[in-house]
Design a protein around this ligand. Structure first.
Ligand SMILES: [Zn+2]
Length: 508
């Protein structure tokens, strides 16, 4: 079974920040989880390069836009690699394959009768790269870009007949209740659709953008061009076989601010081009990190790479998944990050691994394997696996993080209740001791396997110490509940998996 997952592509006028990192990391956790379930995953990320503000950022530095975009691609990839993002395809909208896809897409929409030439005038916010209705301005400024003066622009433009798609989209929302998630975002979009849709301008008279196939003066409006990247990334207009394999997308992960574009404009474009709609669109919340003191970079923006260097990518990934319900905003707290890293990871999980392997070494020379198939804890582990898989289907990442930690807590409690050190004193209870230690190792292994998508490096190490081999990266959850540590396996002891981390003592 295949699974095609995408994130939004990012404007590369500035460095990646914590908000974009949140989206990439959480999408990566889902990509890895689907791989763990044995699915063939295509995970698409990339950069959105045709915005006027990117051209501006380049010119401000005396660079050609494409040279700037090349530099930014390297920077973005470096950041995503440092955070452990396992994208399969990194797309750039300046690539020839994308230009080709956009132009083919436009031809199809035009052939279907949904493109027409019209004129448009109005206030244009260069921050949003969008025309604003007078009622959307406050004191003649865009509320999101108060430092920019909107310009009055009049353009002869190509229009997309979006209005035609109100009813088909309402019907699609009705027939597919999980098309847009979470539910409250879906309801916002349905309410928006019910008010009616207006046609939208999709061309600009600029130099930076995808050229219109049938109008040499026009470039494709950046939003329209950007949305098509999801089709390009699946092979649209370049490889029909590939496209037939991967389209439609199973899941688009996007920020809450652009859920409407993805839930309304994009499906309408696909309908107009005669293409199937994505199966699900999930709108995540923001990371509100203004109060953070952790950033070494200028201003209040947190550099995700700095942060990963400091607390490890895995601890950061765990915090981002565990701290807030996915779909709601995450209120960043340095204290909570350190609390999660030290209490959940170092004290509970790391300590469980250390003491479990230490006990097996102390009393069994490093290898223990009782038949625990009738243990209630084995059954509980199976239930946890099923719950995590269900949470993955719902993009409920907080549960994907918390359910395995319940197993960790259970294993630690089991150690305390069974007191292996007391059992070890009585040679008559040696079998019981082996049974208890096998249960504990098993729970540690299952919890570690379930946390693998969130913490690929640390959990890879945990699994290696217990099983002798690294995780496969594909199919690691297949039949997981019936996998046990091999009988003759000498467990590896090592340094603490999660050394305690301390907040920086002084920060400017
Ligand atoms: Zn604006």
């Amino acid at each position: 079974m295949r699974f095609y997952l995408t994130t939004a592509i990012d404007y590369c006028n500035g460095k990646p920040h914590l908000g974009t990192a949140y989206e990439k990391v959480t999408a990566d956790v889902l990509a890895r989880a689907h791989r763990a379930r044995g699915r063939d995953v295509r995970f698409l990320m990339g950069n959105d390069e045709h915005a006027i503000k990117i051209e501006q950022a380049a010119r401000d530095r005396g660079l050609e836009p494409i040279a700037w975009c090349d530099q930014m691609e390297a920077l973005f990839r470096e950041t995503w690699d440092a955070l452990g993002c396992s994208y399969d395809v990194f797309i750039r909208t300046t690539e020839p394959r994308h230009h080709r896809a956009v132009q083919e897409f436009l031809r199809r929409i035009k052939d279907g009768g949904d493109l027409y030439l019209g004129s448009y005038e109005g206030w244009f916010c260069t921050g949003c790269e969008a025309f604003k209705k007078p009622e959307e301005l406050t004191d003649e400024r865009c509320p999101d870009h108060v430092s920019l003066v909107p310009k009055w622009l009049k353009e002869e433009n190509w229009f997309f007949r979006l209005s035609k798609y109100r009813d088909p989209l309402l019907a699609h929302f009705k027939d597919n209740p999980t098309f847009v998630q979470p539910d409250f975002r879906r309801n916002e979009l349905v309410a928006f659709l019910e008010r009616g849709l207006e046609d939208v301008s999709i061309s600009r008279r600029t130099t930076w953008g995808v050229p219109f196939p049938f109008d040499s003066e026009a470039k494709v409006y950046v939003w329209f061009d950007a949305l098509i990247n999801y089709a390009t990334g699946a092979g649209f207009a370049t490889d029909d076989k590939e496209f037939a394999t991967w389209w439609p997308a199973d899941l688009h992960i996007v920020g809450k601010d652009i859920t409407r574009f993805h839930g309304i404009q994009w499906p309408a474009m696909l309908l107009a081009a005669g293409l199937p709609l994505p199966r699900r669109i999930f709108g995540h919340g923001y990371v509100n990190a203004l109060g953070s003191r952790l950033s070494k970079s200028a201003g209040s923006k947190v550099d995700p790479k700095d942060l990963a260097d400091h607390v490890t990518a895995d601890a950061l990934r765990y915090y981002l998944c565990r701290e807030a319900a996915y779909g709601a905003d995450l209120e960043w707290s340095d204290e909570r990050l350190y609390a999660r890293a030290n209490s959940d990871l170092a004290n509970s999980l790391g300590n469980l691994l250390s003491r479990a392997t230490a006990m097996v070494h102390k009393w069994f020379g490093g290898t223990v394997s009782a038949d625990i198939s009738n243990s209630p804890l084995v059954e509980e582990a199976r239930v946890a696996i099923a719950r995590v898989e269900a949470a993955v289907d719902l993009c409920a990442l907080q549960e994907v993080a918390s359910i395995p930690m319940e197993l960790v807590a259970k294993a630690n409690l089991h150690v305390d209740q069974k007191a292996p050190w007391a059992l070890a004193k009585d040679p008559a209870r040696r079998e019981e001791l082996a049974y208890v230690l096998t249960e504990i190792i098993h729970l540690t292994f299952i919890a570690g396997s379930l946390l693998l998508p969130i913490m690929p490096t640390k959990m890879g190490e945990l699994i290696r110490r217990l099983t002798g081999s690294a995780p496969l990266g594909h199919g690691d959850w297949v039949n997981l509940g019936t996998r046990f540590i091999a009988k003759d396996r000498v467990l590896e002891q090592g340094t603490p998996l999660f050394p305690r981390i301390e907040p920086p003592t002084s920060e400017t």
